[in-house]
Every structure is written in structure tokens, then in C-alpha cells.
Ligand binder design. Structure first.
Ligand code: OOB
Length: 556
């Protein structure tokens, strides 16, 4: 049965189809069409490996077939956690080809996050990597299997044995035990296999979150494909585009804004970088004559510093996209001045809405705004605390709905009641200004989230873990400004009795299986937490107090 999710109202569905945004086609067309048009063109560079479009299509087809033969069927779900390697896309398209709906966890996620996602979707398949600390041995696998009995099949990148993912992708006849597919002519997918319907869930995105437990974002073929096509057009991608994927491949920004999927749609080349480390990335840019890259501001800062001594490395760059967190105007100006290439600001969210500065915008707009949304059918409201629209130029809460913005998180009725208003607008939690000229500027945040160099931490998730520690009576996690990361996290602790140290609490959080980036960067002890008039923890007062604390008092 198709996965249940909150659909768009029927009149809007009609409008989005009539306007040609939703075309009733599966996202697998992205690879199929480019493979037909340019079979020999390079789709992916990954280390010393190169995958043409024909190969990307064929490998994903073989994996799809292998998974089908294992018994996976349309509307099953899968938990996927891969690093930045070509297999990420092979797996993505393979799953879509047989309508298996993946959750693509970040590689930095650990037991706690994976466990949450598994609990929400009940996956039948896990695809992960041996190089991840969790899967170096079979222990965590056994626990996952025990806790999630739906989980029947596991494929591991770098396993080398019966469960090896590469063998399944390559249809490696040398290891027939892995997958029951032999010979080069492995056959075709049976006619009853195929993607989910275009209006159904294709895959899940992850929410940055502002609640106690992570949320999943159902994305349909129709809505996501539209955002990819329209983004590729806005960014003028073509067959000559060479895009460096340096941010986590599954994140919405490098996946679809226009990201790797936009590049595949345009028939260009994606160059995989293991991460945003500047020296290695500059090497890749030089070697593959990369023309476009997507970065978060904290990575851009490092790249600019490193590239000073490597002028040749950035010569081929035409467009540097920066998004995920607030970019200062000073840093923004340096891109054109030092690299002589275009800058594009990208303000987006996994829930949908993406706003871009345009390639022909004048510099003053590009360095100081986050541009305008993708679609003429994106509806934006900027409202005050009472929900009344504020005039242009005034800050307010950003609400949005449109042809690629979800109408509800997956299986989260309680949270949906507050995250969406009665008209189906998504309450983004961002404070923005809409200028007279229609451009958006992100000026702050209303949601209880920390944006640590583009990585989002839901304060409540960490607070809930810390409060369970016997030595903690009260806790609040707040953002503190940081020159390199934009923000870091600080846990303010009211101890139950006696002393409690940062080392103990950090170790405790690690033991809970939480991703490293969510560990508080700083711990502070307080006698009490400041409260607002209605008795909630006054995080603004805490932030002000912490920002005023001299750095030599910082315990770490
Ligand atoms: C992107 O997606 P998420 O889901 O990781 O995070 C969304 C949140 C936004 O609500 C906003 O708070 C913040 O990240 N954000 C920005 C920003 N872009 C995102 N804040 C200030 N300036 C920006 N340019 O981060 C994302 C998804 C698609 C494309 C780009 C970024």
C-alpha cells in the first residue's frame, strides 16, 4: 500500500499540474533520460572511478533487480546511510526504480538517529557502510535487527563478503552468494516492478528539527522533480556543468538545489568530495575543472583562507553557491573579489521552499539578500507574533506553502498541528524581511534550533537526553556566536546536587548514541535558569548572558 502522507488540497494539485510544475513523471527519468541522450558522458567522478550515464543507469538497474529478487517491493522503506561516494546515487536511483522509499541518513548520524528513523518507517532494508564507526563490527547491526524486526536485508559498502553493496551494484558474478543475479545479462525488471506513482512519496528528507525527536519529510516525485528542474534552470546548468559535491550528499542543498540531481538532469558531471576540507577540494576542483560548488558559510571561510595561496585552483569556478546558514556581507563580497566568479545565495529547507539570488542579479543584491523563491506559485507570508502580515521591510515569521513544500511531516500529527497553520502554510521558524523588491533576507530565527555551521541541532532533543542524567536537575541548550561556525552550542546546567563535569556529560551523550555534531561545544553551570513572564526558560536572556561571558571562563 502507498505510504500515507499529508497531501496537497485537490485544487492546488490541479493548479500545480495545470501550470506544468507537476508532470506525473518519476524522478528515475532524471537518469533514464540523460542516459538515453548522453550515454557516454561522465555522470560521476568518485576517487579514481568514473561512471558514465549509461553505467549509472545500468548499475542502478542491476541493484534494483537484485533488491527485487531479494523480495523488496514498491512502498517498502529502506534506511540508507552512505558517505559521499558514487554508490549513494546508484542506491538512490535503484530504490526509486522499484518504488522502495529510502530515508537517507546523514553519515554523521549514529545509533540514536538511525534508531529514530527506523522506528518511524519500519525499514525492510538497511544500506550502510563498514567505514562508519557503528558498522565496523556486526554488533550494532544485530541490535538494529533485534529492535526493528521489519529489517530483513542488509547491504554494506566495503563489506567484501556476502553483503557487499558494490557487488550488488556491479552484479559481480564472482560473489553469487551476495545476490541471486549472475551473468552480464542479468535480465530486466519485471513489468510489475517500478517506481511509486509520481504523486506518492518517493523518499524522505530529514528535518533539521526543533522538537524532541527527529522528523521525516515525505517528498513526492512530482514535487521534488519540479524543484530540481526549476533549480537547474535558475542556475543555468548544462552538459558542461561540473559540480563538486562537498557537503553531505543526502542533504537537500547538494542533492537538489540544484545539486547532483540538477546536474544529472542537465547531463553534467558530479565530482564527489569526501567532505568540505579545503585542500582536498581545491585539488579536486583543479583536477576536474569544476565549475560549480555548494558550500555553507563556515566552509567558504576556510576555502577563502586556503585558496589565497592557490590562485590556480579556483580558476574554473563559475558559480559558488552558499547557503544553509547566514552569510555575512563581508564574506560574500570576497567570493567575487578573490576568485573572480559568481556567487549565489541559497536559502532553503528540507521541507521544501528554496530561494535563490539570480545569476543576473546585481552584486548589491547577491551579497545582501537570499533572493526570491524558485516558483511563481510559492506563497510567502511574513507575519508578526499574532499572525498578522507585516509590511515589506519589516521582520516577521516566514510562512510558506507551494508546489514543492510539504503539508505535513510523516506520522507526526501533534507536531503538524503547530508546524502548519490552518491554511497549510509551513511555519519555517525563520525570521525574515521581505524587501520592497520582493527579495528575502533571513534576519533571525524563532525556532529552538542551533545552526552549527549549517548543521542543525534541535535544542529539545539534547535537553531531553541531558535531563535524564541523574546529576542534572535543569538544562537549556542555546546557541552562542562563533567566529568560525557562525554558532556553537552551549548547555547550561543546573546540577541536581554536587558537581557535574563537561567530560562526564559529553561521555554520557556519546553513550546515548547521539551524533557528534550535536554534543554541546560548551557547558556552563548555573544556580537557576532565567524564566520568562509565563514561566518558560528565557533562552534569549541566557544567550545574552553567555555572549557576555569572557571566553577564559568557558569550560569545555
Ligand atoms: C538547508 O536545509 P535544512 O533543512 O538543513 O535547514 C533549513 C534551515 C532554514 O529554515 C534556515 O533556518 C536555515 O536552515 N538556512 C539559512 C539559509 N539557508 C538555510 N539561514 C540563513 N541563510 C541561508 N541562506 O539548510 C538548505 C536546503 C536547501 C538549500 C539550501 C539550504
Amino acid at each position: 500500500m502507498a505510504l500515507d502522507f499529508t497531501r496537497w488540497p485537490i485544487d492546488l494539485e490541479h493548479r500545480y499540474r495545470d501550470r506544468g510544475h507537476w508532470r506525473g513523471r518519476p524522478m528515475t527519468d532524471i537518469v533514464r533520460l540523460s542516459a538515453a541522450a548522453r550515454p557516454e558522458a561522465v555522470a560521476i567522478h568518485c576517487g579514481e572511478r568514473r561512471l558514465s550515464y549509461a553505467e549509472l543507469d545500468r548499475r542502478s538497474e542491476r541493484l534494483a533487480l537484485a533488491l527485487y529478487r531479494l523480495g523488496l517491493r514498491r512502498h517498502d522503506t529502506a534506511l540508507v546511510q552512505l558517505p559521499n561516494v558514487a554508490e549513494f546515487y546508484v542506491v538512490f536511483f535503484a530504490l526509486l526504480k522499484i518504488g522502495v522509499v529510502p530515508v537517507n541518513a546523514l553519515f554523521s548520524h549514529r545509533r540514536l538517529e538511525l534508531d529514530h528513523y527506523a522506528r518511524i518507517v519500519g525499514p525492510r532494508l538497511l544500506i550502510a557502510a563498514r567505514q562508519h564507526p557503528l558498522f565496523a563490527t556486526d554488533e550494532a547491526l544485530a541490535t538494529l535487527r533485534r529492535d526493528h524486526p521489519t529489517l530483513r536485508h542488509v547491504l554494506l559498502l566495503g563489506d567484501g563478503g556476502a553483503r557487499d553493496l558494490a557487488a550488488a551494484c556491479a552484479n559481480n558474478a564472482a560473489d553469487p552468494a551476495a545476490i541471486d543475479v549472475v551473468g552480464d545479462d542479468a535480465g530486466r525488471l519485471p513489468t510489475d516492478a517500478g517506481p511509486t506513482a509520481a504523486g506518492e512519496v518517493a523518499f524522505f528528507q530529514l528535518s533539521g528539527g526543533s522538537t524532541g525527536t527527529p522528523k521525516l519529510i515525505p517528498r513526492t516525485h512530482d514535487d521534488y522533480y519540479y524543484s530540481v528542474r526549476a533549480s537547474a534552470e535558475i542556475c543555468a546548468l548544462d552538459g558542461d556543468t561540473r559540480f563538486l559535491c562537498a557537503l553531505p550528499a543526502s542533504h537537500n542543498f547538494p542533492l537538489s538545489s540544484p545539486g547532483a540531481l540538477g546536474v544529472f538532469h542537465a547531463g553534467g558531471t558530479v565530482v564527489m568530495a569526501p567532505g568540505p576540507e579545503p585542500q582536498a577540494c581545491l585539488d579536486l576542483i583543479q583536477r576536474h575543472r569544476v565549475t560549480m560548488v555548494a558550500l555553507v558559510p563556515s566552509a567558504l571561510r576556510l576555502w577563502l583562507a586556503t585558496a589565497r595561496t592557490r590562485a590556480a585552483a579556483t580558476q574554473t569556478l563559475r558559480l559558488v553557491q552558499v547557503g544553509g546558514a547566514m552569510l555575512s556581507e563581508t564574506l560574500a563580497r570576497r567570493v567575487g573579489a578573490e576568485w573572480g566568479c559568481g556567487l549565489q545565495q541559497v536559502f532553503g529547507m528540507a521541507e521544501g521552499l528554496v530561494s535563490y539570488t539570480r545569476l543576473d542579479d546585481e552584486e548589491a543584491v547577491v551579497v545582501a539578500t537570499q533572493g526570491t523563491p524558485i516558483s511563481p506559485d510559492d506563497e510567502i507570508r511574513v507575519v508578526d507574533d499574532e499572525g498578522t502580515d507585516v509590511p515589506p521591510g519589516m521582520p516577521g515569521h516566514l510562512l510558506t506553502r507551494g508546489p514543492y513544500t510539504i503539508r505535513g511531516y510523516y506520522r507526526s500529527p501533534e507536531h503538524n498541528a503547530v508546524a502548519f497553520d490552518a491554511d497549510g502554510f509551513y511555519c519555517s521558524g525563520d525570521i525574515v524581511v521581505r524587501r520592497e523588491d520582493g527579495r528575502l533576507q533571513v534576519v533571525g530565527r524563532g525556532k529552538d534550533q542551533i545552526n552549527r555551521g549549517g548543521e542543525k541541532i534541535a535544542a529539545e532533543e539534547i535537553e531531553r537526553l541531558l535531563i535524564r542524567h541523574h546529576a542534572v536537575r535543569e538544562v537549556a541548550l542555546v546557541a552562542v556566536p562563533d567566529a568560525a561556525m557562525g554558532e556553537k552550542s552551549c548547555a547550561v546546567i543546573v546540577p541536581a546536587d554536587g558537581a557535574v563535569g563537561a567530560v562526564t556529560l559529553r561521555r554520557y551523550l556519546r553513550e546515548q548514541g547521539v551524533a557528534d555534531y550535536k554534543l554541546p561545544d560548551r557547558f556552563e553551570i548555573a544556580d537557576a535558569l532565567p524564566l520568562t513572564a509565563i514561566g518558560k526558560v528565557d533562552k534569549r536572556a541566557l544567550r545574552d548572558r553567555l555572549a557576555a561571558t569572557p571566553s577564559d571562563r568557558i569550560s569545555s
